[in-house]
Design a protein around this ligand. Structure first.
Ligand code: FMN
Length: 186
């Protein structure tokens, strides 16, 4: 069983959903998790309720969207792999620094306790800013892997890194074997 955590990088929701479809096709049972902001916020990229409906339909499961729902994902419901796709700078900062006040960050913390792999599909315009140190903190930790990423707009977003969503599946295979997919920067 795979956990699939969606954070509020709204411009990447379509990328995340098409990736989710591939993961469900390949691995079957997938438990969807959303951060509060991802679950409740309507943006110019779409209405929250529409995304929620689509995700629940793909997974044939209700989204984990409260702290109470998220807490059993490590100790009671053991997942083979958890994928955070997309992972915001905000959620990366929380998990790197021990803050677990959202369903997304608590699910990650609960999962990490099991010693099973976590795969982070980062998308943030703060990656080379305040979050740079959080990337390195997570990168050196055991069982934590990143989807290869690139600088997506050096002109307008000089601190931005976005993962290559087409590599999530391959990076997941690597993570399940305890390996970081390389090259990290594509
Ligand atoms: C339209 C829109 C797009 C956003 N895109 C991103 C993004 O791509 N990456 C990111 O790190 N934050 C992005 N944010 C900011 C996050 O949504 C914000 O930091 C939020 O607190 C994240 O919460 P979460 O990590 O709990 O999902 C965006 C916000 C909005 C309104």
């Amino acid at each position: 069983m795979i956990g699939y955590v969606i954070c509020g990088s709204f411009c990447n929701f379509e990328n995340s959903i098409s990736t989710l479809e591939k993961i469900v096709k390949k691995y079957g049972d997938v438990v969807p998790v959303m951060s509060y902001n991802a679950y409740f916020t309507d943006t110019r990229f779409g209405k929250a309720a529409d995304f929620v409906g689509r995700i629940e339909n793909i997974c044939k499961r209700k989204i984990v969207r409260t702290l109470e729902d998220a807490e059993p994902l490590g100790p009671k419901i053991k997942l083979d792999l958890m994928i955070v796709c997309p992972c915001t700078g905000n959620t990366l900062a929380k998990i790197a620094n021990g803050i677990y006040d959202t369903p997304a960050s608590l699910a990650v913390k609960a999962h990490i306790r099991t010693g099973r792999p976590l795969l982070i599909a980062l998308a943030t315009n703060d990656a080379l800013g305040a979050n740079f140190e959080n990337i390195s903190k997570m990168y050196v930790r055991k069982n934590i892997f990143f989807v290869p990423m690139r600088e997506d707009d050096t002109e307008n977003k000089p601190n931005s890194l976005v993962c290559d969503f087409s590599l999530v599946e391959k990076a997941a295979e690597n993570a399940l074997s305890g390996k970081q997919m390389l090259p990290l920067i594509v």
